[in-house]
Design a protein around this ligand. Structure first.
Ligand code: PAF
Length: 282
C-alpha cells in the first residue's frame, strides 16, 4: 500500500486506474482505525477494484471545547492495518490541500435538512464541516463508490442527500456497525472510557435493543418509549443527549404504520460521547 500526501500524486494513480477501466472506492476516515473502519475497507473491496482510504482529522467538524486537538493519531498502526486489508492507497492530505484558503475562508457545503436535529442540535456546525470535507474528498478522489458506516446514521443520510442534490456520480454504500462482543459499537472515542465506564457502555446498545423489541411487539407510543429510555440512561449514569425513534429512510417523524424505523441515541459517559442506532423492521 502506498501512502500519498498530495492531490497531484493521488491523481496520477487514479488516472492510471481509470485508464485501465478499474473502479475506485473511497473510505473516508479521521484515522485511529479500528475494526469498524477495516470492515468498511473490506466492503469497499467488494465494490471496486481499487480502494483509497483517507485519513484527515477535519478541524471544521469539531466545535469549541471538543476533542480536535487531542483526537488520537495512530498513523503507523493505521498503515499496518490497512496493508493487511489490502487498501491500495492511504491518502493523508495536509490541511492546505483540503483548505487552500484556510478553514475560516473555505467554501462550505451545507445540507439544510437534517443538520440541526439529533447530533446536529448538540454539535452546531458539525455536519456542515462533515459535508464540506467529504465534498472536497469526493472532488479530489472522484470515487465511483464511497462507504460510510451505519453507526453514523445521520451523517450517512446527509451525505446521500448531498450526493443527490449535487448530482455527484457516486454510489454511497452503507457499512454495518461493528460491535465489541458485549454489543458496544466500535468507535475511536471508546478509548476515552475509564474501565468502569467501559463496563457500563454496552447498556446503551442494550437499551436500544430493548426499544427495538418493544416496537417489534407492537408498542407504538414512541414518545413514551423515548422518555423512558432517557430516564433509564440517566439512572445508569449516562448523560443522554437524545433517544429518538424516526423513520429509517429520512429521519422524519414516524407514524403507526411505518415498516422501517431507526432508534437513534447519543449519550455522554464521562468524557466519551457515545452514539448508536438500530434499524427496526415492524
Ligand atoms: O465519520 C468520520 O470519521 C468523519 O466524519 C468523516 C466522514 C471522515 C469526515 O471527516
Amino acid at each position: 500500500m502506498e501512502v500519498v500526501k498530495t492531490a497531484e500524486a493521488l491523481r496520477e494513480h487514479l488516472n492510471d486506474w481509470r485508464n485501465a477501466g478499474e473502479h475506485i472506492a473511497l473510505v473516508a476516515t479521521m484515522g485511529n482505525l479500528h475494526d469498524g473502519h477495516l470492515s468498511l475497507v473490506r466492503t469497499a473491496r467488494e465494490h471496486a477494484e481499487r480502494v483509497v482510504v483517507s485519513v484527515f482529522v477535519n478541524p471544521s467538524q469539531f466545535g469549541e471545547g471538543e476533542d480536535f486537538t487531542e483526537y488520537p493519531s495512530t498513523l503507523e498502526r493505521d498503515k499496518r492495518r490497512l496493508t493487511r486489508v489490502k487498501a491500495d492507497i492511504l491518502f493523508v492530505p495536509e490541511i492546505d490541500t483540503m483548505y487552500p484558503f484556510g478553514v475560516d475562508n473555505a467554501t462550505s457545503v451545507t445540507v439544510p435538512a437534517l443538520t440541526d436535529e439529533f447530533c446536529g442540535e448538540f454539535r452546531p456546525g458539525h455536519f456542515d464541516g462533515v459535508t464540506t470535507v467529504v465534498s472536497r474528498l469526493f472532488g479530489i478522489v472522484q470515487p465511483d463508490v464511497a462507504i460510510f458506516g451505519q453507526k453514523d446514521y445521520q451523517q450517512q443520510l446527509l451525505i446521500r442527500r448531498m450526493v443527490k442534490d449535487l448530482s455527484l456520480p457516486i454510489e454511497i454504500i452503507s457499512g454495518e456497525t461493528q460491535r465489541e462482543p458485549d454489543g458496544l459499537a466500535m468507535s475511536s472515542r471508546n478509548q476515552y472510557l475509564s474501565d468502569e465506564e467501559r463496563a457500563l457502555a454496552p447498556e446503551l446498545n442494550g437499551l436500544l435493543q430493548e426499544m427495538g423489541r418493544g416496537l417489534e411487539t407492537g408498542q407504538r407510543n414512541f414518545e413514551e418509549l423515548e422518555s423512558q429510555a432517557m430516564q433509564k440512561l440517566e439512572a445508569l449514569g449516562f448523560k443522554p443527549e437524545y433517544v429518538s425513534i424516526r423513520r429509517a429512510e429520512n429521519l422524519d417523524m414516524p407514524h403507526r404504520d411505518c415498516d422501517e424505523l431507526v432508534v437513534l441515541a447519543s449519550a455522554f459517559l464521562g468524557k466519551a460521547r457515545l452514539i448508536d442506532n438500530i434499524v427496526v423492521h415492524i
